[in-house]
Ligand binder design. Structure first.
Ligand SMILES: CC(C)(COP(=O)(O)OP(=O)(O)OC[C@H]1O[C@@H](n2cnc3c(N)ncnc32)[C@H](O)[C@@H]1OP(=O)(O)O)[C@@H](O)C(=O)NCCC(=O)NCCS
Length: 178
């Protein structure tokens, strides 16, 4: 398996991957919703506000993760991981964890201080995320599943409370995703 930085030449392949994976996991219409979300993230986010990473086997992309900028009130450098997809037939083989760890290392090298995600804590604790309260750092939209608000420090320091609002990129700024 080869892990690498996402390149826009692979946009179509990556959108198809998300559509297929979420279609298999949660039904065809959810697959289309997430495929559309990924397309919006890739086309509307400023390049400096987006990091993508892919896992490939025999030149075929079998996993993808996207991190987009989360603007915090005190300007701590932060990104949010969302969404994540591993090809249905390659799930449960460590691809997701390897890809997320690879992405987090790359973010650390770029000076990113905090990584967030919003998902199943039982999965994301495996790659270092921990539940975080909104009284510590507010989410950008209303959380329908507050247990899924997760973060990790990439600097080795403890996460400190930040007062004020947080803002995500436009593509994620849609209540139905939260
Ligand atoms: C969730 C997902 C990204 C995990 O990737 P993966 O490559 O299959 O996972 P890995 O092989 O790295 O990790 C497997 C471990 O995670 C657990 N796991 C996998 N999917 C899980 C899920 N949805 N919830 C909780 N745990 C999960 C497995 O039980 C396994 O645990 P173990 O290591 O203790 O045996 C992948 O299954 C996927 O794309 N699913 C459909 C889309 C989705 O739900 N994306 C996440 C939301 S954005």
């Amino acid at each position: 398996m080869k892990l690498s930085t996402f390149h826009p030449d692979s946009s179509e392949e990556v959108i198809d991957l998300y559509t297929q994976v979420f279609g298999d996991a949660e039904g065809e219409s959810e697959g289309k919703v997430i495929g559309h979300l990924v397309s919006e993230i890739l086309t509307t986010t400023k390049p400096e506000d987006l990091f993508g990473f892919v896992a490939a086997i025999d030149h075929q992309i079998v996993g993808c993760i996207l991190f987009s900028k989360l603007t915090l009130a005190n300007n701590t450098e932060a990104f949010i991981l969302s969404p994540v997809a591993v090809d249905t037939s390659h799930q449960g083989q460590g691809v997701g964890q390897a890809l997320i760890n690879f992405g987090l290392e790359a973010l650390k090298d770029k000076g990113v201080e905090l990584a967030f995600t919003y998902g199943d804590p039982s999965y994301y604790v495996k790659v270092g995320f921990k539940p975080i309260s909104e009284s510590c750092i507010k989410a950008p939209l209303i959380l329908t599943y507050p247990e899924g608000w997760l973060a990790q420090s990439l600097t080795g320091s403890e996460i400190e409370a930040i007062e004020g609002e947080s803002f995500c990129v436009d593509a994620l700024n849609e209540q139905s995703y939260w």
